[in-house]
Design a protein around this ligand. Sequence first.
Ligand SMILES: [Ca+2]
Ligand SMILES: [Ca+2]
Length: 238
Amino acid sequence: MKFTMLTKRVFGIAAAVVAALSCLPLSASAETVRNETVQSADSFDVSEEAVYSAMIAKKDEYPEGLPWTNQNSYSWNGGIYSCGYGCAGFAFLLSDAAFGDLPARVYYDYTQIRVGDILRINNNTHSVIVLSIDNGVYTIAEGNYNGMVHWGRTLTFDRINDGTTSYALTRYPEKAPAVPGDVDGNSDLNMKDLATLQRYVNGWDVEIDLENSDLTGEGKINMKDVAELQKLLNSMPA
Ligand SMILES: [Ca+2]
Ligand SMILES: [Ca+2]
């Protein structure tokens, strides 16, 4: 494994700090910047299964052992970085295949890693994308691995969390913040929520937002939550 280059390390850190639509890593030596044709964000599913399928579908076009070095670059739709060279470019390419033009965001809690997330590993010198996760083992795909595309290397959680991972990028849309009492999850809090919760507690087949409905916060939905919601609605200005 030789993906450590001093210039790459220095520029990689600069890019991570600045993070203002710069190319990851900053470099002047790429031949071409290409961009995949993408689906629009609202036209496809962002389940982990769909993300996996979209990434693995690229394996025919970018097979194991295909040369992929810092001469290869890719223009990314995720924001934060406008494009990537080498390993970053390949991760961005698979990321766009799965997420279209959804925006990316940075996070550092590696217990939150999901299929399709990009990890910046090896002290900010290498980018990989997560293909699948099974019992704390992360199967990845990567470019510029000994100068080639490589599918299927595995990393353990401990390896990812050993202090050498700089950050992770995800493009799954953020869940809307919880609104206690918004039982039907339509962002309004009103008597319809109370009616829906009463029906649910009485065993009707109605859909509810479990997090919003557990007003007592003990993890169960029952008459106590109905009573709390009634109090909450009574306390609201008419
Ligand atoms: Ca509601
Ligand atoms: Ca409860």
